[in-house]
Structure formats: structure tokens, C-alpha cells
Design a protein around this ligand. Structure first.
Ligand code: NZQ
Ligand code: ZN
Length: 396
């Protein structure tokens, strides 16, 4: 087991009606002027935005709002938000939504606390070490990205279509209000994307060079089994409170560090997927299911036993009479079958409607290597030629 630090300070307030506590929770963090960030129409249509600002008002807080966050959120809106936060004198950011809204709020919190720094050049590209950020609270409306308890945020720079993540404990939310009922208005496609994302946060940690961490392995395998089972249930019975509860809680635990403790993260599939989101504005979870099988087949020989273990422990596959190689392939097929069963793509044509030209694959590869400046992954370290080969494998 590698040495590690585990820091997961986000206070979770879970259950029906918990959004009514938003004022008292924010007050506990010293909030008096709150910038409320939300997405497109969902929080307005459901009445959630109204309920939340009423609760803030009832707790004696002033608030302003910033709506219009798109999935795969853009830097330009973050810049507008930082200005708005400064003009309003915000001392607290409240996100109502999923990963895109939360990440936008995190970036505004970073930028508004450091107006002398440029949010992209200085903070996101890590030219300057951040010393402070405004506190961020969350009312979560989709079990997916896990941003409500993670130290990460992901933005796309509009002009260059670079999608980059930034990590800092300063931007971990101080609280996350999680009412599974708020997810009942989600379109089925977004539920599926969330299921894949939660699985991939776990699998992008599970497949790493250190496979001997027993407790971490069992936490990851148990979380995956729970998500697979309840993902099916949520798709078959929309509005199933118990299923959405399991998914919502799993979403937070899958990305707060717990499922990969004691080993390095891999996250190659996420990096391959980010290029697809940036260039085609594809939903995050769908980019992951489209790439994982190709990543797995390409990397299988690095450690077939790990894939075999994944097949037995997560998918309940019978190992009798099979080589590790055969077990590994069966595990990959089981995963792809599951993705397809919940309506998720497993290749580029299913994701984007057509196969892509060699020029597009070159562009994706170049973007994924940050123009030759980095490799990705830890289970198997992948350079330019590997990444291009994986995009090619997925291109059918
Ligand atoms: O904008 P609205 O109208 O709210 O609609 C959203 C959006 O269209 C909709 N939605 C959310 N809650 C809803 C709802 N619709 C109806 N009822 C509800 N209750 O769902 C759509 C997707 O929302 P989004 O926030 O984009 O989803 P998700 O949570 O999957 O976030 C994706 C973003 O998070 C990043 C991704 O790269 C992507 O940009 N990630 C952030 C991470 C982090 N900060 O730790 C880690 C992840 O790996 C991921 O990279
Ligand atoms: Zn993700």
C-alpha cells in the first residue's frame, strides 16, 4: 500500500427535503452574500431555485444568481461569474446542479478570492499556487460527476476547446445537500451517463499498478456491484427513491478518493473522453463508455489477472476452465454489454453518429497529449502512439 493522505471534509446532508436546510448550512460557514449558480432550465422548472433562494432569504442572506451553465462548462461564463461575484461582494458560492454547475461555482470561488490572478493562465494551468478560495456549498441534482465532494473541477476554454481539470483541496465543497427526490426529473440519458461516470471514477482507480490493497479493492468492487444493480433498477423504475439514493451516495464515494486509496490513479479513460467532450460537446459519461472497452482491450496484456479479478468480483463471472486472458475478455464484454443495456455507447459511431476521419483522430490524440507534453494513465502509461491506437480501436 502506497503512503496516502485522505481528506474528505465535505459535510453530507442526505435525505428528502434537505434543501430546506440550505440557509442554516450556509450560515454555519459565515455566508452573508451568496452567489447562486445554476444550469439551464431544470432547477427553474422544478421550482428548486425558488425554494433555495427563499431559504437563503429566510436565513437573512443577500443573494444574486448566475444561470446558464452548459454541460461541459465554459471558461467564458466563469469569467462573467467572477466579475459578478466581485461586483456583488459575494462571500459564498452555492451551486444548484451537477458537475458542470458545481465546477463553475468552484472556479468562480477560486477567481473571486484572487482577483489579481487570471483564472485560466494562473490558476487552472497552475502557474501560481492558490492560497485561498471562497467557500462553496452544493445542492446536488444529479448523481454523476462526484464534484460535490471532490477537489477537482473541469473547464473548457471556449476559444481553443481545451478541456482541463484543476485540483485543489481549497475548492472542495464545505457541504453537499443530497436529496435523491431532486433527481426524479432527470432524463433517462442523463441517469445512464451518471451511472457510467460513477463506475468509471471507481474503475479509473481500480485499474492501477498496485492491486494488492485488499480493503480498497473490496470497497471499489462493492461500490461497482451496488451501482450496477441499482443502475438497472433506476432505469427500469424511474423515480425509485431507493435506487437513486444508492446511486447518489455511490457517486460521492466514488470520487472522494476512497475507492483508490493506497495506489496511483489511472484516469486514462477520462482523459480520452475529455477530448471528445471538448470537440463534440458530448455528455461526459457517454464519452467514457465509448472509450473504456477500447482502452481495456489495448491495456489487457499489462495485467490480465486484474481484469479477471474484476470479472469475478464485479460481474460474478465463472473462472472455471478459462485462461486469465479469456476471463479478462469476458469481463470487458460484460462491462460493454451493461453499458449498452442502459443505452450508453461503446464506440465512436455510437457516440457521435459516424466513424471519424484519421485527421479527427490525430487532433484528438494531439489534444489528449497536451500537444506532446504529457502521457496519460498509470495502469499502463500511454503516449502519443498508444492514444492514437486506442482512438482507432474505438473508431467503428
Ligand atoms: O442545466 P440543467 O437544465 O440543470 O440540465 C442538466 C444538464 O443538461 C441536467 N440536469 C441536472 N440535474 C437535473 C437535470 N435535468 C433534470 N432534472 C435534474 N434534477 O443534466 C445535464 C447534465 O448536467 P451536468 O452538470 O453536465 O452533469 P454531470 O454531473 O455529469 O457533470 C458533467 C461535468 O462534470 C465534469 C465533466 O467533465 C463534465 O464537464 N466532471 C467533474 C468532475 C469533478 N469536478 O470532480 C469529475 C468528473 O470526472 C467529470 O470530469
Ligand atoms: Zn467523470
Amino acid at each position: 500500500m502506497q503512503a496516502f493522505e485522505f481528506y474528505s471534509p465535505t459535510k453530507i446532508i442526505f435525505g428528502p427535503g434537505t434543501e430546506s436546510q440550505v440557509g442554516t448550512q450556509a450560515a454555519a460557514w459565515g455566508a452573508s452574500r451568496v452567489l447562486v449558480v445554476y444550469g439551464g432550465k431544470s432547477a427553474v422548472k422544478s421550482g428548486l431555485l425558488d425554494r433555495v433562494v427563499s431559504a437563503l432569504h429566510a436565513s437573512g442572506m443577500a443573494y444574486d444568481t448566475l444561470g446558464g451553465v452548459h454541460p461541459n462548462p465554459h471558461l467564458s461564463l466563469v469569467r462573467d461569474g467572477i466579475q459578478k461575484a466581485l461586483d456583488f461582494g459575494a462571500d459564498f458560492l452555492l451551486a444548484i446542479g451537477g458537475g458542470s454547475v458545481i465546477d463553475t461555482a468552484k472556479a468562480i470561488a477560486d477567481g473571486a478570492a484572487n482577483p489579481e490572478l487570471d483564472i485560466w493562465e494562473d490558476i487552472w494551468l497552475q502557474k501560481v499556487k492558490l492560497e485561498k478560495a471562497l467557500p462553496v456549498g452544493v445542492v446536488l441534482t444529479i448523481p454523476a460527476a462526484g464534484s460535490e465532494s471532490s477537489e477537482a473541477a473541469v473547464l473548457t476554454k471556449d476559444e481553443t476547446l481545451e478541456k482541463r481539470s484543476y485540483r485543489s483541496d481549497l475548492q472542495r465543497p464545505c457541504f453537499a445537500i443530497m436529496n435523491p427526490e431532486l433527481t426524479f426529473t432527470l432524463p433517462p440519458y442523463q441517469v445512464s451517463c451518471g451511472i457510467v461516470d460513477i463506475m468509471m471514477h471507481t474503475m479509473d482507480r481500480y485499474f492501477n499498478p498496485i492491486t494488492s490493497n485488499e480493503l480498497t479493492n473490496e470497497i471499489a468492487e462493492g461500490l461497482l456491484r451496488t451501482v450496477i444493480r441499482n443502475g438497472r433498477r433506476a432505469m427500469e423504475h424511474p423515480g425509485d427513491y431507493q435506487a437513486m439514493s444508492e446511486l447518489m451516495w455511490a457517486g460521492s464515494l466514488s470520487h472522494n478518493g476512497l475507492t483508490g486509496l493506497g495506489g496511483p490513479m489511472d484516469f486514462a479513460t477520462h482523459q480520452l473522453g475529455h477530448e471528445l467532450s471538448a470537440r463534440f460537446d458530448a455528455a461526459h459519461g457517454a464519452t467514457l463508455s465509448a472509450m473504456w472497452g477500447s482502452w481495456a482491450r489495448y491495456c489487457l496484456d499489462t495485467n490480465p489477472a486484474r481484469f479477471a479479478q474484476f470479472g469475478q468480483q464485479v460481474w460474478g463471472l465463472d473462472a472455471a476452465g478459462k485462461t486469465e486472458q479469456e476471463q479478462a475478455l469476458a469481463a470487458i464484454e460484460a462491462t460493454e454489454d451493461y453499458f449498452r443495456s442502459i443505452g450508453m455507447p461503446t464506440c465512436l459511431s455510437e457516440l457521435l453518429g459516424e466513424v471519424q476521419s484519421p485527421e479527427v483522430l490525430d487532433t484528438l490524440t494531439l489534444g489528449c497529449t497536451f500537444h506532446g507534453q504529457r502521457t496519460i494513465g498509470s495502469f499502463r502509461v500511454l503516449g502519443h502512439a498508444d492514444i492514437l491506437a486506442i482512438y482507432n480501436l474505438a473508431n467503428h
